[in-house]
Design a protein around this ligand. Sequence first.
Ligand code: HEM
Length: 419
Amino acid sequence: MTRIPHESTLDSSLNLLTEGYPFLNNRVKRFQSNIFQTRLLFQKAVCLHGPEATEVFYNPELFTRKGAIPERVQKTLLGEDGVQTMAGEEHRHRKAMFMALMAPDSLQILKDHLKRFWLAYSRKWEHMDQVVLFDDAQEVFCLAACSWAGVPLKPEEVRTRAQDFAAMVDAFGAVGPRHWRGRWARDRGEKWTKGIIKKIRNGKLTVPEASPAHVIALHRDLEGELLSTRMAAIELINVIRPTVAIAYFVVFTALALYEHPEYRQKLQYDDGRLTEMFVQEVRRFYPFAPFVGARVRKKFKWGGHKFKKGNLVLLDIYGPLHDEALWEQPYAFRPERFQNWEGSPFNFIPQGGGDYLNNHRCAGEWLTIEAMKVSLDFLTNDVVYEVPEQDLSFSLARIPTYPKSGFIIRKVRRMNREA
Ligand code: HEM
């Protein structure tokens, strides 16, 4: 067997911190190989890139997530021992619970709430000197997510809850204060959602039957047992937190509209097709998830490498979104490229790939796309605004990243759709 390229360093964790999103792709290019070995957090890590590798990575016979997610990510972003760490039948059963929340009727409820809160915020914005879209988008998504989920939210707690969900997300590639802010936010969030689960179970809080809080509070595992209060609280956060995280994509949507004004008018007269393509191009063009990790379940050979049970393997997410072999002019923002995309589960994976029910692909991908479409429609058809001079650059070394100014808008005016 040929030997795959090895990075000859004691440990590359510091390089990952300084290079950020392109860390894997930089080495793919340097080694001219879709598979290479490095060392991260003082262990060997085999890194994979591209659709063929993605297909292998998403074979549940070969990989498991057990033991693959670092404790620091579970203590901030994900919560400990939730769906992301499960395997086999237990994972399928828990995942089916999440996917049931993504039925069209359920998504329509989320979309209606989202639209309502965008419009309410736009009324407020008309009287403000300027608005930091990133901050307000987090509040709008927090309000919409909680209303959809059946989680009561008092007006005075909207800002802090939104900030806490955002802090959990902001911590995922961080060390130091950002990491600790994420940990404290998670502690507060779990305490809060535990209280909600308890109240639903003891009848002190009535929420709609199909709402996420109800479904999760009453979900039974394969043994027919309710989830522990803590686990139900974690899974409830696993629905609300990533919905709030869509604010990152919304700010990038606003940035794309600003940098490509030629689309604004086209989107106003759109039958929905361009809106969908625009949203897909935002998910391709702008960075969010850098890579995902798994451990080898049983030994196998692929790409000139013998994978051994327990090996850590990382799959590149950011790199393939900008790979010339997959996308013509990958650094050009061109929504029309999605006209010809055949919908492969392996060549466009901003939220993971493979199968939803039988694997770990993002449970909320359809929700994300729909929520982005509602938000894009709002930005193009419901409001006009000015974008003052500001620092709209974003650093690829920061994970997760967003425009440094948070995207400031001013002179917001609501538009009359019927006019
Ligand atoms: C998993 C990204 C929004 C719920 C994932 C994964 C990624 C991801 C990369 C891991 C895939 C893997 O391990 O193979 C994103 C991004 C989002 C987003 C970039 C946009 C903001 C959402 C939303 C929800 C959600 C809105 C729910 C409402 C989940 C869940 C998992 C997951 C439950 C774990 C699935 C499993 O382990 O089986 N997401 N996600 N995500 N996501 Fe998302």
